[in-house]
Structures are given as C-alpha cells and as structure tokens.
Design a protein around this ligand. Structure first.
Ligand code: NAP
Length: 243
C-alpha cells in the first residue's frame, strides 16, 4: 500500500516518511524544493529498500495540486494513507500582511490540503483509507498573532469535520492532530513559552495510529491541558496575553 506525505522534506513530515519507510509502505513524498525532497527519497531507498517516488510542487503557486499528486501516484500500489504535514507560518502574520502574502499562507496551509484531499478521495475510498491533517494549538483561540495561519488551521479542522460528516469510518477514516510546539524549522529561533518536542516521537505515534479509526488528538498530550486552560481564560484576561 502507498502513503502520500505532503511536506516531507523537513520537520515532522520527514520523520513521518522515515517511520513509514521503516514499516514497509511505498511512498510518494511531496515538497517544494526538488533537490531536498529527492535527497530524502534517495536516503529512504538506500536505508530501507523502499519504493519512494518524489514530487516537487510549490503549493503556494500550484493551481491544482490535487491533480498533480494524483497523476504522480500512477503505477504505485493502491493509496491507503494521505498525511498532510506541510505548513508555513510567518513572524509578521499579525494583522499587517499584504494580500499576496495572505494568499501564500492560505494556499499552503489551507487550499493545498483541501485540493489534495479532493483530488485523492476516489483512491482513498477504494481502499477505505485514512486522511491525516495537522492543526495547531494556535487555532484554539483567535488572537492578534498568527492571524492567517490560525484561520487556515481552523479551516483544516472544518475540512476534517466535513469528511467525517460525509463518510462513515468504514468508508474513510479522518485523523486530526492539534500540535503543540515541535523542534522543527517552523519554530527555529522563536522564543517559545514552553519546550518544543522532538518530532520523531510525534511521528512514531502518528504512524502507529494509522490503522485506527477517526479521531482528534493533542500532541504532545500536555497541550490538551494548555488548550483547555487557554479556552477557560476570561476574554479580558486572554486579551492581555501577548503569546
Ligand atoms: N513545529 C511546530 O511547533 C508546529 C506546531 C503546530 C502545528 N504544526 C504543524 O505541523 C506541520 C509540520 O510542521 P513542521 O514543524 O514539520 O514544519 P517544517 O519543518 O517547516 O516543514 C514544513 C514542510 O512543509 C513543506 N512546505 C512548506 N511550504 C511549501 C510549499 N510552498 N510547497 C510545498 N511544500 C511546502 C516544506 O517543504 P519545502 O521546504 O520544500 O517547501 C516542509 O517539508 C505543519 O502543518 C505545521 O503547521 C507545527
């Protein structure tokens, strides 16, 4: 069976790809930089003898990423898992962004996952497969930083809910992760309020749950408590926080 990992060149996506290769999945790996993603693919072929195809796709500029990914699957074993850990955030995403940058953030974080899920649905339904999307603790409550990013992450959660509304778990499984801080490029150099988790530990959990049913989980788990506390804060107090 084949797994697609969109955003497989670094961070969480890269370690998810490694974990999947170790467990014998055929892979289609997607990222924007052709050299980076081919280097990841070559490494997995050598280390695990895996069937790995790579696709360089700039999700900020690709009008129909679903069609491109679907076409790249031809000739591979049936598609069983679609994992979407691509994502990008910007330090200036604070209600001052110009329209083209807003468009880029939305294209990568929301349009691409929506379009790729739509493009691959017929194949995923044939195998009663699984879609895995990655939301963020940033989406728990609206605030004056990460404005477009967190709007996109809420959109991703809405997509997951729509899929679960339309299909029974016997037809398609949908798994959502609300992630806290991970030690990846996305958080590199940021002054975080709490320690960042190693992505390899998260990848093991995500891949280990692929055969399970639909669900929504916080990872690392302690962020479930943090999210609950953030939600319970009275608005006047929450407004004063600058995290
Ligand atoms: N790290 C955290 O603390 C954290 C917290 C909450 C949620 N998340 C979410 O977790 C997921 C994984 O994030 P991460 O920390 O692993 O990030 P990362 O290390 O920055 O990796 C992001 C991946 O997305 C790909 N990507 C970015 N822009 C792209 C584009 N225009 N076209 C194609 N691919 C593109 C990157 O490939 P290229 O470099 O080739 O473009 C890379 O493979 C994301 O959805 C993120 O929003 C992360």
């Amino acid at each position: 069976m084949t797994a697609v990992v969109v955003g497989a060149s670094s961070g969480l996506g890269r370690v998810i790809a490694t974990e999947l290769a170790q467990r014998g999945h055929a892979l289609l790996l997607v990222a924007s930089d052709a050299r980076d993603i081919e280097a990841v693919g070559a490494d997995l072929r050598i280390r695990y003898g895996s069937t790995v195809r790579t696709l360089a796709l700039d999700l900020a500029r690709e009008a129909d990423p679903g069609a491109r990914v679907a076409a790249a699957l031809d000739g591979l074993p049936p598609l069983e898992s679609l994992l979407l850990p691509a994502g990008v955030s910007r330090p200036d995403d604070d209600l001052g962004l110009d329209a083209s940058r807003i468009g880029e953030l939305l294209a990568i974080n929301l349009h691409a996952p929506l379009a790729i899920v739509h493009g691959l649905l017929p194949r995923l339904r044939e195998t009663r497969g699984v879609v895995v999307v990655f939301s963020s603790i940033a989406a728990v409550r609206g605030r004056s930083r990460n404005v477009v990013y967190s709007a996109a992450k809420r959109g991703i959660e809405s997509l997951a809910e729509s899929l679960r509304h339309r299909y029974t778990p016997a037809e398609l499984r949908v798994q959502v992760y609300r992630l806290g801080f991970l030690a990846t490029n996305l958080t590199h150099g940021l002054d975080l309020p709490t320690a960042a988790a190693p992505p390899a530990a998260i990848a093991r959990i995500v891949v280990g749950r692929l055969q399970r049913g639909s669900g929504l989980w916080y990872l690392p788990l302690r962020f479930a408590l943090i999210a609950a506390a953030v939600r319970l804060l009275p608005w006047p107090l929450f407004r004063r926080m600058r995290t």
